[in-house]
Design a protein around this ligand. Sequence first.
Ligand code: NAD
Length: 410
Amino acid sequence: MNVLHSTQIIIREALSKLGYPDEMYELLKEPLRLLTVRIPVRMDDGHMQIFTGYRAQHNDAVGPTKGGVRFHPDVNEDEVKALSIWMSLKCGIVDLPYGGGKGGIICDPRKMSFRELERLSRGYVRAISQVVGPSKDIPAPDVMTNSQIMAWMMDEYSRIREFDAPGFITGKPIVLGGSHGRETATAKGVTMMIYKALQKKDIAIHNARVIIQGFGNAGSFLAKFMHDAGARVVGISDANGALYNPDGLDIPELLERRDSFGTVTNLFSNTITNREMLEQECDILVPAAIENQITRENAHRIKAGIIVEAANGPTTLEATKILTDNGILLVPDVLASAGGVIVSYFEWVQNNQGYYWTEEEVEAKLRKKMEDSFENVYQLHLTRKVDMRLAAYMSGVRKMAEASRYRGWI
Ligand code: NAD
């Protein structure tokens, strides 16, 4: 089942549990808008390559849409649509004044030069400039995009509009109006969710063994925070393979040796596959890479007691049921990975007011939002006797459904 279809199934269930009519599902099952663009880029060898990109805006009843831009060869229409819906849900769960948006370009940045990436980033902004803006739709980083790419995009948008527009995009370098704590925000938020889950299971962090799939922005900072907290990180992986050691991995060394795309396992010969790693002994499993990693094929063999989803969509619907039936506490993506969009929101607020906060202020505000949201979802899961994913969807969909109703859209 593709990610859009499975998302629609849970949205329908969440709306029905909340007592909304079918029309509400019809409104929310797809983005309000999807723009497809073709971006010509002059490559370094002189030839012109045409890239395809997307920008989806799921629902703007609550406020402007917000969400990252992904550079990846597998980007496709349904994925961008699903990602924009997940962004709406995240913003609802952690109570931000936004709807969800998402963008993507079909490309492989690992095979492109610095200047080619700059031309592609600027070309994308020129192509979507009519539908985005600080009070319309605000992009951010996602898979294989970073603060440098955000800086080029912000510069291009400011040139087109002929005024400086830092609030057009978040995840910028600090000197261009970025927020302290943005780079580590997703991993910090995931760390906070791990602490909450451990508390519910009555496990101490220094007794916990952790496996993290993906060693990019989310996964590598998380590995650092877990290591610093005294947990034993026994497994990590990237696109090429995985490392597992029941006695704990040397995280500082791995962080030192990883490249800018989050690759490190190619430096070792004693690797196992990603599939094998997911099934190893541990207390906490954090998928922090890509979609559809825990499926009905391997869910029975997962040994972790807690799964915290840093990646978007790593667990299928069938697998969610198997894991829940097996007593595993699953903190779903739309809650667990919301740290990134929360601090993106803080960045936008700081840009709009022109007054900047310290890292400590950002972290305290992030903690309050993440911890309150966890408790809301956890209590909903207990009182309505639904799994954590459905509880999160119920919490996330409510605000945009209400806003759509007040606006007279339904
Ligand atoms: P990234 O590009 O920095 O890192 C991705 C990591 O996953 C790399 O280590 C890569 O080698 C690995 N990977 C790629 N394909 C893989 C495969 N087939 N099997 C195993 N590993 C693979 O990306 P990121 O920003 O860390 O994002 C990771 C996930 O977290 C994505 O699902 C993203 O949507 C989600 N997320 C990220 C943020 C953020 O702020 N960075 C926020 C919310 C959600």
